[in-house]
Write a protein that binds this ligand. Structure first.
Ligand code: PLP
Length: 816
């Protein structure tokens, strides 16, 4: 093995600190066409990004060269989402360019913060699943794991959220207008991707796909720096291009729009993440996107392997293909097609390689969220792949019959083809059948996974299923998001090494009652709360008191995450304050943020109700500073980086058994917030690591939830028995918060009283009690600070570095 750059601790750039500012200034002047001082912050941002990109490109070449030379096994992480956020502050920190950048900015009289804020978020993901993939890239780079992240280059990402009259409005997120400064196009990497057409047999009876249409996939790299190493990771994003850019004949006839039809059709593959799936065209586009991602990525992987090794016989020893949920599950039939039809392997040899390559992470237990595709649509777009899926299925079902004879009901249940109603292909089943490992993302989730949705498959292959609990990168979620607390940790933990060795946080535990450390942690929290208060004033025109308890729930708006339960407590508190204004209230600021899927009516109703309640509560003179309620629009990575360090209390209140892991919970605790939460997902392992007595746990367990449902749950009993709950629901139902339209929340209230699918009413009492315990704990400042320190100290194992090490050791079989 030749010398690899991993392990080299100091970057070359960091050592020539003195010369960098002038080099940067010159670069900025060159790019922005004038004196650096006059350049606009956006021009600064681009110029600094370009300087970083040049250094990163050099490191990428070194990394790739080292991996070629060592013949290392590589991980190929396929994901439809990478929620990257901004890149500049992270790159500056990783490259040791942060101080030079700040010096250069100061020298030119430009505010460094303004420059950083001009960078748009790369919001190429929806929530936790996409952010996990982004944290993984950071850890893959930092741990030096040879790898490729593969994704799509969404031109307009997710939507941007605006609030108009209390309602969510979606607008396109034109992030690439300024965000392309990081892109490294690879014009030499272009692969054809077919769609539609038919299957033909050649003379040798081999089956071959004849697509009706071909688009090209062009590679555009986005380089992710490692920390404390020159190694980098890469996110290779695919951009679709038409085979014929314009129809020359049509253009000459004067049909200019018609001439661009093929170009538009190809490029629409890259427009948005999550085309609205309420239409046939939207669903078809999504399937095309999924295929486009896997076909281009696998062709890229095979081309590299052949160039380096000359044979596909060693593919499974030198590569690993990981499916982040089932969205890239078409990798299974596409890999088989490429190996058998294009590269001439026999079926058995190809299948052996495929099974050696593929592994899959499940992210949800909700049956309605399991992806399936109608056979009819599959056949139209991917006729050869459908044949391959049928062949995989037939061999699989033979194996099931041989392994567990005499159980035809089982055979029907595990089949890759759903036969009830419209025939559909089950993507989770397809992923499981081809994978050497299938993992869940927290201990509870992995346990429930094999007991519920995948119980049949776990009977067939018990050894295939395992757990790898999620984690988050401490570089972004502590060092970058919370520099004030990071400075305290640098001081107390003998330097910055905790950034890449998070277990060092445990050294804080014996100091939890140290008055000096408590004061430092409290001061950092206070500064972060003031920063958030300033943002709230700027964005919403609402004044919030940094001395009040900041009670925060930020995440996608979804019924199972139970933002509505939080809101029921807010209303109960409001009513209690009005009834007894002179009681000893602990002042609270309740903060919400999150997007609702554009077609998800119930989630949008919750956003509206939050705004209606906020208007009433915030303007009621009887309430004053005792209670404030705010909703910050357009939740995303950058907003999370501002909000989370300012939280005293983290709301993780999903119905037990529904949140696979959660990662927001980890980010909050890492920043010294205490958690109020259910016994669900990673909350459980966090509480065990921190100490249950430093968590506010409430509500039914997953087991109890299952029991209650099995016995027949009647939410009305809780409504009738709990006077406080009844007053809250009656107020919403009466229109107390929507006086101009008393019926506005009729559907919401009706659904609560009739179904209450997520058992809000069953958990309401326990939740309100837990909130009272939070109040009592908060006024004992020293005890609260000790708990905050113990929460931070217990978070060592929730680093994504630990997560990636586990994937490397247990699933991918690569060193890390
Ligand atoms: C961490 C994160 C999430 C996931 O949050 P959960 O609370 O685990 O659902 C979603 N969106 C963004 C922007 C995040 O940073």
């Amino acid at each position: 093995m030749t010398a690899t750059p991993r392990g080299q601790r100091k970057s070359a750039a960091a050592t020539k600190l003195g010369t960098v500012p002038t080099a940067l200034l010159r670069r900025i002047e060159r790019e922005a066409g004038g004196a650096a001082a006059k350049a606009a912050p956006a021009a600064w941002m681009r110029a600094v990004a370009h300087a970083c990109r040049a250094e990163l490109a050099e490191r990428l070449n070194e990394t790739m060269q080292a991996d070629r030379d060592s013949g290392a096994k590589r991980v190929h992480y396929l994901s439809m989402e990478f929620l990257m956020g901004r890149a500049l502050a992270n790159a500056l920190a990783a490259l040791g360019l942060d101080a030079p950048f700040r010096q250069a900015a100061e020298h030119a009289g430009v505010a460094a913060a303004d420059v950083l804020e001009r960078e748009p978020d790369a919001a190429l993901g929806n929530g936790g699943l996409g952010r996990l993939a982004a944290c993984f890239l950071d850890s893959l780079a930092t741990l030096g794991v040879p790898s490729f992240g593969y994704g799509l280059r969404y031109r307009y990402g997710m939507f941007a959220q605006r609030i108009q009259d209390g309602r969510q409005v979606e607008t396109p997120d034109d992030w690439l207008r300024l965000g392309d400064a990081w892109e490294l196009p690879r014009p030499e990497l272009r692969y054809p991707v077919g769609l539609g057409g038919h299957v033909a047999s050649d003379e040798g009876l081999a089956r071959r796909w004849v697509p009706a249409q071909t688009v090209y996939a062009d590679a555009i790299d986005f380089i992710v720096p490692g920390h404390d190493t020159r190694r980098v990771a890469v996110l290779r994003q695919w951009q679709a291009a038409p085979a014929n850019p314009i129809d020359y004949a049509a253009f000459s006839r004067g049909d200019h729009l018609g001439a661009a039809r093929e170009k538009l059709e190809a490029e629409s593959l890259n427009w948005v993440l999550y085309p609205d799936d309420s239409t046939q065209a939207g669903r078809e586009l999504r399937l095309k996107q999924e295929f486009f991602l896997v076909s281009a990525s696998l062709q890229d992987m095979l081309a590299r392997h052949l160039a380096e090794h000359g044979t596909l016989d060693t593919l499974g020893d030198k590569a690993s293909v990981h499916l982040n949920d089932t969205h890239p599950a078409l990798a299974v039939p596409e890999l088989m097609r490429l190996l058998v039809d294009e590269h001439g392997l026999g079926w058995d040899a190809a299948w052996a390689q495929t099974c050696k390559l593929v592994s899959y992470t499940n992210h949800t237990l909700m049956p309605e969220a399991l992806e399936t595709w109608p056979v009819r649509m599959f056949e139209q777009l991917l006729p050869r792949h459908l044949e391959i899926v049928y062949e995989i299925n037939s061999r699989f079902l033979d194996l099931v019959r041989a392994k567990l004879p005499g159980d035809e009901a089982l055979v029907r249940r595990v089949s890759l083809v759903e036969e009830n109603g419209e025939r559909r292909i089950k993507m989770a089943a397809l992923s499981i059948v081809a994978s050497h490992h299938v993992n869940g993302v927290s201990a509870l989730h992995s346990e429930l996974m094999v007991q519920t949705i995948f119980a049949d498959y776990a009977r067939i292959w018990p050894e295939r299923f395992c757990n790898v609990t999620n984690g988050v990168t401490p570089r972004r979620w502590l060092a970058q998001a919370n520099p004030t607390l990071a400075a305290v940790l640098d001081e107390r933990l003998d330097g910055p090494a905790w950034r890449t060795d998070l277990d060092r946080l445990a050294q804080l535990a014996p100091l939890a009652r140290d008055a000096g450390l408590q004061a430092e942690v409290r001061a950092a929290k206070r500064a972060n709360k003031e920063r958030l208060a300033a943002l709230v004033r700027r964005e919403l025109g609402v004044s919030i008191d940094p001395a009040s308890l900041f009670d925060v729930q930020v995440k996608r708006i979804h019924e199972y995450k139970r933002q509505l339960l939080n809101l029921l407590h807010v209303v109960a508190r409001y009513q209690a304050i009005v009834a007894e204004p002179n009681a000893n209230w602990v002042p609270r600021t309740v903060v919400f943020a999150g997007k609702a899927a554009s077609a998800y009516v119930a989630a949008k109703d919750i956003i509206r109700l939050i705004h209606d309640v906020a208007r009433v509560v915030n303007s009621d003179p009887r309430v004053g500073d005792r209670l404030k309620l705010v909703f910050l629009p357009n939740y995303g990575v950058s907003l999370a980086e501002t909000i989370m360090p300012a939280a005293d209390l983290s709301e993780q209140i999903s119905t037990a058994g529904t949140e696979a892991s959660g990662t927001g919970n980890m980010k909050f605790a890492l920043n010294g917030a205490l958690t109020i939460g259910t016994w669900d997902g990673a909350n459980i392992e966090m509480a065990q690591a921190v100490g249950r007595e430093h968590f506010f746990i409430f509500g039914l367990s997953a087991e109890q939830v299952a029991q209650v449902r099995a016995l027949g749950y009647d939410p009305r009993l809780h409504y009738e028995e709990n006077a406080r709950l009844k007053r809250v629901i009656d107020a919403i139902a009466r229109g107390d918060f929507s006086p101009g339209e008393p019926e506005r929340y009729r559907a919401l209230v009706e659904s609560l009283l009739k179904r209450d699918s997520y058992l809000l009413l069953a958990d309401f009492h326990g939740y309100v009690e837990a909130q009272a315990a939070v109040d009592r704990a908060f006024i004992d400042t020293a005890a609260w600070d000790a708990k905050a320190i113990l929460n931070i100290a217990g978070m060592g194992s929730f680093s994504s570095d630990r997560t990636i090490r586990e994937y490397a050791a247990r699933i991918w079989n690569v060193p890390a």
